[in-house]
Structures are given as C-alpha cells and as structure tokens.
Write a protein that binds this ligand. Structure first.
Ligand SMILES: Cc1ncc(CNC=O)c(N)n1
Length: 267
C-alpha cells in the first residue's frame, strides 16, 4: 500500500520539495473545491462514513507517506541508521516537545471555550499529562547517548515548525483547525514509529524503546481519539473552515518531512 522512498530519493531532497509539494497540493485543493457542487454521491457517502481525516490522508497520500515513511524511519527499521542522525533527531525533538507543551495548553483552552463535547478535554488533558513523562524520558535518553541538552540549538526546520505551533496558539485559530493539526502531529509519529516495531523490522535493540514510545498501542488509541474529535468537528465545519483545516494538515505533514530531514544534517 505504501510507496517506499529509498534513502537517496531525490523526491525528498531538501531543495525544491516544499515548493513542489505546495504547488501540486494547491492545484489539488483548487480542484476539490471547484467540484463541490457536482460532488459525486459516492464521495459524499465516503466523506460521511470514513471521516474527513481519512479522505485527506488518501488524497494527500504522497505527502502522508513522505512524512510517515521517511528515510530516517526506514533506516531505523532496517538497522542502517547512522547513530549521529539519531542523536540529532533526539536533541532537536526534545526542543520541539518543550514547544509542544504550550501548544497543547492552548488546545485545552479552545476545547474548554469552543468544544461541543465535554469529553474532548479529558483526551487532550491525558496527552498533556504524558508530556511530563516524555520530557523526563528525553533527558534520560539524552544522558545515555552523551548529549548535553542545554547546549543544543534549534535548527531552522525546528524553528519553522515551532513557529507554526505558535501561530496555532492564536485565539483566532479555530478549534477545528487546531484539532486537525494536533491529530496530524501525533499521528505522524505514531505511524512512523509503529512501522519500526512491526513484525519483520530489524530495529536495533537500543532504539526499540524510542520506537515503542510513539509506536505502542496506547499511543495509537490516543491518536484515534484525537482523530475522532477532529472528524466530528470537520463534519460540522463550514467550507471555509474545511479549507483551512486541509491546508493546515498539509502544512503539518510538510513540517514533519522537513523535521526528519534535519537528521541527515543537510539543512
Ligand atoms: C516533530 C515531532 N512531531 C510529533 C511529535 C509527537 N508528539 C509528541 O511527542 C514529536 N515528538 N515531534
């Protein structure tokens, strides 16, 4: 089902990727909304049954695969990973997760103010609570690998991604749009790392704990809860809000690709 992109694939090359994806995806987006009025019955049914998130994952599958089957992830899975790449990712991700905490806090505020379902709060709060454990884990893991986290500086792709998170904290950004982004951010990690612990993977033992952190079933269930919230909101959303959420999903996926690219040290 998934197209494997080889480690040397020029598709994922840093130069031109963002531009190419943006250009093609904008065209796709224009097509979707142009044809809304003559939308086929099956499409309407699919949208109702599958949920918007699943439909968008199919529609943007190349971008989704680029984010969830990145050469960095494939190199963990086939044990060809260069440990320097892993350390770069670990240190950069620690900084990202610290910026992710205030983002999740802002989602809790929006859930409280805007959500039509009281259960959303508990799901998001659960995610927030596990970030405390995650930050401790990053510190322990960094110490094990001899990384001094206080000396790590964010690379450009990390800064860009954190800037996106910060823009989403703006009270003007709708709950539906931030929930779509939140689900996508978590789902990319879940899908990526679950792939590294699937049967047949050759992930080195010293990296298995990292992969299990996001690839485990409980994190998978949590991602499904986020997806359900996003889909419930998307189903009720206006066309304008839907458009914003779809563009946001694509932006998250692009930022995830760029984030993985950092591990190769060529950004
Ligand atoms: C770049 C990135 N994306 C998603 C996650 C997963 N969320 C929290 O841990 C992460 N750690 N880093």
């Amino acid at each position: 089902m998934f197209i494997r992109l080889g480690p040397s694939s020029s598709f994922l090359g840093v130069h031109g990727l963002g531009f190419w994806l943006k250009a093609t995806c904008r065209v796709e987006l224009a097509l979707l909304y142009k044809t809304k009025s003559d939308c086929k019955k099956e499409e309407v049914r699919e949208r109702m049954e599958a949920g918007m998130s699943e439909l968008w994952m199919k529609k943007h599958r190349l971008l989704y695969q680029a984010a969830t089957r990145h050469p960095f992830i494939l190199s963990i899975r086939d044990a060809t990973i260069n440990i320097a790449s892993f350390k770069t990712w670990l240190a950069q991700d620690y900084l990202f997760v610290r910026a992710f905490v205030p983002f999740v806090a802002s989602v809790i505020i929006k859930a409280w103010k805007e959500s039509d379902e009281s259960g959303d709060m508990e799901v998001i709060l659960g995610g927030m609570a596990s970030l405390e454990d995650e930050i401790s884990w990053f510190k322990r893991e960094a110490a094990n690998w001899g990384i001094s986290l206080s000396e790590v500086l964010p690379q450009q792709a990390n800064k860009n991604y954190c800037r996106l998170l910060e823009s989403l904290m703006n009270p003007d950004v709708e709950y539906t749009v931030v929930m779509t982004a939140f689900w996508a951010i978590e789902a990319v990690y879940q899908e990526s790392f679950a792939h590294c612990i699937e049967e047949g993977s050759k992930t080195p033992p010293e990296l298995k704990e990292t992969c299990a952190r996001w690839g485990n079933q409980a994190f998978g269930n949590y991602c499904q809860s986020l997806q359900k919230i996003a889909d419930r909101r998307l189903q009720k959303a206006s066309d304008e809000e839907l458009k914003k959420a779809e563009v946001m999903l694509m932006s998250v996926l692009e930022h995830e690709v760029e984030f993985w690219n950092m591990s190769r040290g060529n950004v």
